[in-house]
Design a protein around this ligand. Structure first.
Ligand SMILES: [Zn+2]
Length: 241
């Protein structure tokens, strides 16, 4: 397992080397860049709902239909501006970078803040600097010394956050409904709670040692008594406060 983590197909995160490694991923050193095969395998292994996995696959194969996607489609080039910003009279191209990390009108900032707070309740590791390169490489993220499932939790949290931003952006840009800035992070919290609950419920179909192993694993993954209270009678309760 240790040698697998040292494979160049994984992006290593370490609090001291975060920014350096992300830079590497963004193309300066292709030895660290995970292969598409490794990324797709990582997507399959993620314990998140299928629609979130599809969203990640779309990202990997360049099918996220944010508005710069339309730039390549003949006759659609006028559709490239961010509609949410345009409602505020700001003209800006809607790239993935804009949608997930820069837009001031789709609630992304608050959503990442929620994710960061959630992360900080679960571990002493620093919250990484989120870049477009890191988002793309999320299925292959790993830590060199990961004894508390931090990497798996980080993979899930980033996946859920980009999905929540995407859903809220679609509601506002496509269906033209008003979306409050806090709505994206509310979608995010519901998704995290839902994933924790489903992870926990699956365990009830297991027996004996398999069940207790799984229980132990889930308590580590979701930081029992800090982020989640895995109450054996009432089920898991996620505390975002
Ligand atoms: Zn925008």
């Amino acid at each position: 397992m240790h040698t697998l983590l040292l494979s160049p197909d994984h992006i290593h995160l370490d609090s001291f080397y975060c920014s350096y490694e992300y830079t590497i991923y963004q193309g300066l050193n292709h030895n660290i860049r995970p292969t598409n095969g490794k990324l797709l395998k990582g997507v399959r292994a993620l314990r998140v709902p299928p629609c979130l996995k599809d969203h990640l696959r779309c990202l990997l194969i360049g099918r996220i239909k944010c508005r710069t996607f339309w730039d390549k489609i003949p006759g659609c080039t006028e559709r490239v501006m961010c509609l949410l910003c345009r409602k505020k009279n700001i003209n800006v191209l809607e790239s993935k970078q804009h949608m997930w990390l820069e837009c001031e009108n789709n609630g992304q900032e608050l959503a990442w803040e929620t994710t960061k707070n959630t992360w900080q309740k679960t571990t002493d590791r620093n919250w990484p600097n989120i870049t477009a390169g890191l988002i793309r490489g999320v299925p292959a993220l790993s830590f060199k010394h990961d004894f508390s499932k931090d990497a798996e939790r980080l993979r899930i949290l980033i996946t859920v956050t980009i999905w929540a931003i995407w859903k809220s952006r679609n509601k506002s840009a496509i269906t033209n409904q008003d979306v409050a800035p806090s709505e994206t992070s509310e979608i995010l919290k519901e998704l995290i709670s839902d994933i924790v609950r489903k992870n926990w419920n699956v365990m009830h179909f297991m027996e004996g040692i398999r069940r207790s192993d799984r229980q132990h694993e889930l308590c580590a993954l979701w930081a029992n008594k800090r982020l989640v209270d895995f109450n054996l009678k009432t089920g898991p309760n996620v505390d975002f406060s």
